[in-house]
Design a protein around this ligand. Structure first.
Ligand SMILES: *[C@@H]1O[C@H](CO)[C@@H](O)[C@H](O)[C@H]1NC(C)=O
Ligand SMILES: *[C@@H]1O[C@H](CO)[C@@H](O)[C@H](O)[C@H]1NC(C)=O
Ligand SMILES: *[C@@H]1O[C@H](CO)[C@@H](O)[C@H](O)[C@H]1NC(C)=O
Ligand SMILES: *[C@@H]1O[C@H](CO)[C@@H](O)[C@H](O)[C@H]1NC(C)=O
Ligand SMILES: *[C@@H]1O[C@H](CO)[C@@H](O)[C@H](O)[C@H]1NC(C)=O
Ligand SMILES: *[C@@H]1O[C@H](CO)[C@@H](O)[C@H](O)[C@H]1NC(C)=O
Length: 276
């Protein structure tokens, strides 16, 4: 792994958490994720798939997303399914320019659309001249494409991590499994072991099936038929863990800044699981 990068990330994280103290909730954050990490020298250039919208038990800070995460100065490109208003909605977000001063942090968000339980939201994050996120619910008029300006210091020419994440802020995982299907992750280069190897996972049991990779034209195309984040539990890099349960009930408190939350969370989760 890119330990130097991760150590830097961890150092930044400590500063981040101190700086963001005021915006973090008082109760623990639950983070559950599965991460595909391409090796140094290879970059992810596309991440597409379908996310099935689960049941929304009640309004709350549920943030469910597939995303691409940068090392170092960081940033995360993510279509975020949020339950904050009591109706699921999905926003395309590029969160970047991470500094120790939260005032220097930037995000670009686009309102995409409201979605309902059972909707299959197709997402496509693709690098062209710049990165774009396309979202669509096939068979409906719900569709959006947004391009994101990749400005310094987060130019996003090096993206090593594709993440499936459930973030719960003062919530419990009470909406059932989160299912992704028809997934494609494309990197440049010719090494495909990052696709065939078991992915990193943190605090979730998961089932992955139908993984195949093809190499051609200096690109690796990783196809995954299905990825299901099942429930809390499990070990990093282990085979799917036996069913266990672990939940922390906590009341929801107050309003807070969502973009900071998304980022703080992945900052927390990646170093922890990759440095293990
Ligand atoms: C962070 O919050 C804790 C508890 O709310 C408080 O004790 C601490 O002083 C805060 N730290 C900073 C840097 O604000
Ligand atoms: C989506 O983005 C818009 C525009 O920045 C923002 O007003 C809204 O709060 C965002 N919604 C969520 C759920 O983050
Ligand atoms: C990428 O660029 C090509 C050619 O410049 C264009 O045809 C295509 O529509 C672009 N795709 C996206 C997703 O922007
Ligand atoms: C499956 O993914 C491909 C490539 O991203 C896309 O073109 C196709 O529409 C998807 N199929 C469904 C049923 O979502
Ligand atoms: C992948 O793309 C990046 C950026 O364009 C480049 O620096 C790197 O050398 C490429 N890697 C391979 C293995 O082609
Ligand atoms: C998870 O880790 C614990 C402690 O290292 C170990 O005892 C247990 O067997 C692991 N479970 C799986 C499914 O690998």
């Amino acid at each position: 792994m890119q330990l130097q990068t991760l150590a830097a990330l961890l150092a930044l994280l400590v500063a981040q958490v101190a700086a963001q103290n005021a915006t973090l909730p008082e109760t623990p954050t639950q983070i559950h994720n599965v991460v595909y990490a391409v090796p140094e020298g290879q970059n992810i250039v596309q991440f597409a798939g379908t996310m099935r919208v689960p049941h929304l038990p009640h309004a709350g800070f549920y943030y469910l997303w597939p995303g691409l995460f940068l090392p170092n100065y960081g940033g995360v490109l993510q279509p975020v399914l949020s339950g904050a208003t009591g109706q699921w909605s999905i926003n395309s977000t590029w969160y970047y320019a991470i500094t120790q001063d939260p005032a220097g942090q930037q995000d670009v968000q686009y309102v995409a659309f409201g979605v309902d339980e059972g909707d299959d939201v197709w997402f496509n994050m693709q690098k062209n001249d710049t990165w774009s996120i396309t979202l669509a619910v096939p068979g409906t008029t719900k569709q959006s494409t947004n391009s994101f300006p990749m400005i310094e210091p987060a130019k996003a020419d090096h993206i090593p991590y594709a993440v499936f994440e459930i973030e719960l802020w003062s919530q419990v995982w009470d909406f059932g499994p989160l299912t992704f299907t028809n997934i494609t992750i494309v990197s440049n280069g010719t090494s495909s072991s990052w696709c065939s190897d078991w992915p990193y996972a943190s605090e979730t049991t998961f089932q992955v099936s139908g993984v195949t990779s093809t190499v051609g034209n200096e690109q690796v195309t990783c196809s995954i038929q299905s990825m299901v984040l099942e429930q809390p539990g499990g070990n990093a890099t282990a085979e799917p863990a036996p069913r266990t349960s672990q939940s922390t009930a906590a009341p929801s408190t107050g309003q807070r800044s969502a973009p900071l939350i998304y980022f703080a969370c992945i900052m927390l989760s990646l170093p922890m699981l990759l440095l293990r």
